[in-house]
Design a protein. Structure first.
Length: 533
């Protein structure tokens, strides 16, 4: 590997590979910076894979992509300056390597970060449409908008350089997927004609049609799409954050913890395994029990299920919110011998003592129960992000207040929401965001054009309940629990566990996500029309 040192603490090189990282660690490097966008060449290592490999070697990793032939923009320079400061440290003990295809862009970015003065005056930008959030709903809307109206000036505001297929984490925790299958570089997913602003939004000013960013700048818009997702409030359960990822405490709701779930399942030969579900709303209401069913199935296949006491404590009053799917799920609860407790909420965890404390509603009141465990799968309480809850966009529940059919804000006509952050009563799933995106886009375009909003969302949500490896109860429903199956019952009966539903979950849904939804290709999600009544 050819290294060129520009200072005693900074070097550049051509493209590196995962096998180079241990040697770089031995040479004293403490941080790696990729300045090369994914996908420039077919055999180019993915930045997400390199990031994971770097972390395993104890190296800090950052991604500041600069397109080939382009001069690094002011934001990239600012991020580079901040990253170098963090990696090298105030005492200059760090040693950083930056790479691209040849090392030239890494060198140029370093020179600009070292010589350009830091801008102090806040900047202002203006776009036709601003999408806040580069997750599933935000990217689907941005891509769909630009397919319909390529002339629009669209910005996507997203600070993260990595994107996750979160529905896949259930299968990671069940030993079906590897974690890396669910992780890709954000830069490769941002629509080519969209402007990516790699910042966090710190405030919304809808009266002035603008949002404030973390660097002090503001972004003006003609229309706004809010797609920030929700907040996983791990700290709301005392003792939880200190023990996550150790002492047998895990969660499929985090990328780095889902593999630990499978590790615990494989190691457990006997003892107690507890699974929890907090009060609604949460991402995919079926996910807490999906983890449990796949774990039980693995223990059954190994012949140890009879020696594992499995408990499921859910804060909800029923096993699942739509009654049509409960009978099939109850068959598995009984078949696996699961100790089910409804209206039971996890309120504390002592990881070292391996004690979980629950607050249960009984006929006579409320009681606190302590349970010992060998494995504890936790789903944290979930709320709207702080920046949303404290903004003029929030409704009483803290989520963005929108009309449930048009997804338009109830007060600000040029503001729409998509995905988990929307204050609607549908299940918060990727399938829901996939259905909402074309509704938001068509109505946003109508709003910009001065036309009536006609596209309507019916509350569709899809929840593939993985009841065993190879079989799924595919729950599809809309507002009010109305069943909304995509396929006729003679092909797939969603109220029963089927192998076809498993095939869709394992093989088809990831393809629909990466190659259709995120690219604005709207397969089987044509919006309905708004009722005049």
């Amino acid at each position: 590997m050819s290294l060129r040192f520009l200072t005693a603490h900074f070097a550049v090189s051509p493209q590196i590979r995962a096998e180079d990282l241990p040697a770089l660690k031995e040479q004293g490097f403490t941080g790696i910076i990729s300045t090369r966008p994914d996908g420039e060449e077919k055999d180019q290592p993915g930045v997400a894979d390199l990031g994971v490999a770097a972390e395993k070697c104890g190296l800090a990793f950052a991604y500041i992509p600069v397109r080939m032939g382009a001069t690094p923009d002011a934001h990239s320079v600012s991020v580079m300056r901040r990253t170098l400061s963090e990696m090298i440290g105030p005492d200059h003990t760090g040693k950083v390597l930056a790479y691209c295809r040849s090392g030239r862009r890494a060198s140029d970015l370093f020179e600009l970060a070292s010589t350009q003065p830091e801008e102090t005056a806040p900047k202002s930008q203006h776009y036709d449409v601003v999408v806040v959030g580069g997750g599933a709903g935000g990217l689907a809307c941005a891509a769909s908008l630009l397919r319909r109206r390529p002339e629009l000036l669209v910005a996507v505001i997203e600070p993260s350089t990595e994107h996750y297929y979160q529905p896949g984490w259930t299968l990671v925790g069940g030993g079906v997927f590897q974690a890396g299958q669910t992780r890709r570089s954000e830069v490769g997913l941002i629509p080519a004609r969209a402007n990516w602003i790699r910042q966090a939004v710190t405030g919304f000013q809808p009266d002035q049609n603008q949002v404030a960013l973390g660097d002090g700048s503001v972004v003006h818009y003609e229309a706004l799409v809010v797609a920030t997702g929700l907040k996983l409030d791990w700290a709301a359960i005392p003792g939880l954050t200190e023990t996550l990822g150790k002492n047998g405490v895990t969660s499929n709701y985090r990328y780095d913890l889902a593999p630990y779930t499978w590790e615990l399942v494989n190691k457990l030969e006997e003892g107690t395994a507890l699974f929890t579900q907090p009060p609604m709303p949460i991402k995919c209401a079926g996910a807490p029990q999906k983890a449990m069913y796949l774990s039980c199935d693995a223990w059954r296949r190994r012949g140890v299920l009879g020696r594992v006491q499995v408990g499921f404590d859910t804060a909800t009053p029923s096993l699942f919110g739509v009654a049509d799917f409960v009978p099939a799920l109850m068959d598995y609860i009984k078949g696996y011998g699961i100790d089910l407790h409804l209206k039971s909420r996890l309120v504390a965890v002592d990881g070292e003592k391996k004690i979980a404390t629950f607050e249960r509603v009984t006929e006579t009141g409320t009681e606190r129960v302590e349970r010992a465990f060998d494995m504890l799968h936790v789903v944290p309480p979930q709320t709207a992000p702080d920046v949303i809850r404290t903004s003029p966009l929030a409704g009483q529940d803290g989520f963005v207040s929108v009309h449930p059919d048009t997804m338009q804000h109830t007060q600000f006509a040029n503001v729409f929401a998509v995905g988990d952050v929307a204050g609607t009563s549908n299940a918060k799933t990727a399938a829901a965001a996939r259905k909402q995106a074309p509704v938001v886009v068509e109505n946003l375009i109508a709003q910009l054009s001065g036309r009536k909003l006609e596209a309507a969302y019916d509350g569709y949500g899809g929840c593939p309940l993985t009841v065993e490896r190879g079989k799924i109860v595919l729950a599809e429903f809309g507002y009010g629990g109305k069943l909304l199956p995509t396929l006729p019952s003679w092909i797939l009966d969603g109220k029963k566990p089927t192998r076809l539903a498993w095939f869709l979950k394992e093989k088809i849904m990831p393809l629909l996500y990466w190659e259709f939804m995120l690219k604005g290709r709207e397969f089987l999600v044509r919006p309905g029309k708004k009722s005049e009544g």
